[in-house]
Design a protein around this ligand. Structure first.
Ligand SMILES: [Zn+2]
Length: 509
């Protein structure tokens, strides 16, 4: 007890010390305790981000003091700081208190957040079956109370108090699921398409890898649309694939600067494209880590295992794994073809996948690596679907797609974090329902309907680092949900039976 009190007061003392003397200090240090780390001391996340976003004078140079000319003074400060950090650690400070390489909390936000109710209304949705997106059981005959744009209470009817002034909506016979989150949707300023997917249940998307001007129309939309997480232009290597949409990275410092600039402009994730050389992956992921945003990649040439070890948060598209899974000879043949002609990937990825041995040690190793690094896999199966008997579909393409499905099955069984995404358009999807087609394919690949729903809601929210606000129907979160006419736990195809959608506390009309 006494010890606890002492530690508490020490902790207070150090917090005060740090705030008074070192607030706003940015140091990049190398030492055996922290490795090479950037330390930013500030109790205000926004200030911390501003400091991070300042152009670095000597990125990746190990020991460099960024805001100092007076060396002796800084050396003294540095000495005191290191001692303080050491004491602080001994006193049980976590990295979060010190803001040492800790992720910036909750600065990732979407654009075009819908207004929400104009006055503070209270609504109660009653009588439905509730699939809340958590690991918990379904609730029959549920009540969800919404205060303004937030969820105020959740539970069984009779156990949850419904405020007298609440607007009550009878939802008996319906099933409520969290608003769907699509990790990879290219809106390309197509507002009508966004309105359609919102009406079909997608309340959040990430629109990856386009210059900010590609999001322009979204800012001026008068129509409701999902929450849109943007990234800014993708980072590619010379000569680029889609040059007009890419930043072609010249060196490690340029990679870092590009990340900071994207985040400064509102990017909440960084997309790497497939001609970026592996040597620039680490500078990108290091910078993104400091800025608090995830990095994900569409790969063709760089093997997925090397990319993951360079610090990627997510792999977009199942095809990105091809080179790492195929035999080295087949992989090299594919790399040659695509290196010489980017468009060769469209045919060759199917040729490559048709010959992949999913019982190989390489497959096993890659899956283990993804599990241990908690790499998100965004398979976008619907975008690659090829079914036998369809016009123009070749046998090797069918085999390749079956192998992609089989890989997802194995990865899921082993515990890889698989998340849902439409990649905008799929040949076998009903118009406007590509994400729901993806959900069907994930179920076919062995995930239970509830797992599929979590993969397309709360898991994506974690991937977007926004799970404290969206992704499930829990108290305090934003009121984004879908009411369905049929139970998706019985058949995931029922995700298409949409009755009503709410985003940010407002019904989508
Ligand atoms: Zn894409």
């Amino acid at each position: 007890m006494v010890l606890t009190t002492t530690l508490d007061s020490l902790r207070r003392h150090f917090t005060l010390l740090i705030r008074q003397y070192f607030s706003g200090l940015v140091l990049q240090i190398s030492n055996p305790f922290f490795g090479t780390s950037k330390i930013i001391l500030s109790d205000r996340p926004q200030r911390r981000l501003e400091l991070l976003m300042k152009p670095a004078s000597q990125p990746h140079e190990g020991k460099s003091f960024r805001n100092s000319g007076r060396k002796a003074f800084w050396n003294l400060r540095f000495g005191v700081l290191t001692t303080s950090l050491l004491f602080a650690y001994l006193c049980g400070f976590s990295q979060d208190h010190l803001l040492l390489d800790a992720p910036v909390p909750e600065v990732l936000t979407e654009i075009n957040i819908s207004d929400g109710p104009s006055d503070r209304t209270v609504q109660a949705i009653v009588g439905m079956r509730l699939i809340d997106g958590t690991e918990g059981d379904m609730i029959e005959n549920a009540v969800v109370v919404i205060d303004g744009n937030r969820i105020a209470s959740v539970g069984k009817q009779g156990e949850v108090e419904i405020p007298d002034d609440a607007e009550v909506h009878d939802a008996s016979g319906l099933t409520m699921v969290p608003g769907l989150i699509d990790a990879h949707y290219h809106s390309v300023n197509n507002n009508p398409a966004l309105e359609t997917i919102l009406k079909n249940g997608t309340t959040t998307i990430r629109d990856p890898g386009h210059p900010f001007r590609f999001y322009q129309a979204l800012f001026f939309s008068q129509k409701p649309m999902p929450r849109v997480f943007v990234t800014g232009a993708h980072l590619d290597g010379f000569p680029g694939v889609y040059k007009q949409q890419a930043v072609l990275i010249r060196n490690a410092a340029h990679a870092q600067e590009t990340v900071y600039e994207h985040v400064r402009n509102g990017g909440s994730g960084i997309k790497i494209y497939f001609r970026l050389p592996l040597k620039y992956f680490k500078p990108v992921t290091d910078a993104a880590k400091l800025a608090g945003v995830p990095v994900f990649a569409h790969l063709e040439l760089v093997p997925a295992d090397s990319a993951i070890m360079a610090g990627l948060d997510g792999i977009e598209h199942i095809t990105s794994l091809g080179v790492a899974l195929a035999s080295p000879e087949e992989g090299a043949r594919f790399q040659d073809a695509v290196f010489n002609n980017s468009n060769a990937r469209r045919e060759w990825r199917y040729r490559l996948w048709s010959g992949i041995d999913l019982n190989s040690e390489r497959t096993q190793k890659l899956i283990e690596l993804m599990v241990s690094n908690r790499t998100y896999l965004v398979p976008t199966l619907a975008a690659f679907e090829k079914q036998a008997g369809s016009e123009g579909v070749e046998e090797y393409e069918v085999t390749a797609f079956q192998n992609m499905m089989e890989f997802v099955r194995k990865a899921h069984q082993a515990g890889v974090e698989i998340v849902g995404s439409s990649h905008t358009w799929g040949e076998y999807a009903d118009p406007g329902f590509t994400l729901q087609r993806e959900m069907e394919l994930l179920a076919e690949a062995g995930m239970t309907p509830l797992e599929v729903i979590r993969a397309t809601t709360i898991k994506n929210a974690h991937y977007f680092r926004s799970a404290s606000r969206i992704g499930s129907i829990e108290v305090g979160k934003l009121a984004d949900f879908v009411l369905l006419n049929a139970n998706p736990a019985e058949n995931i195809s029922n995700m298409k039976q949409v009755s009503r959608v709410m985003i940010n506390g407002q019904w989508v009309e």
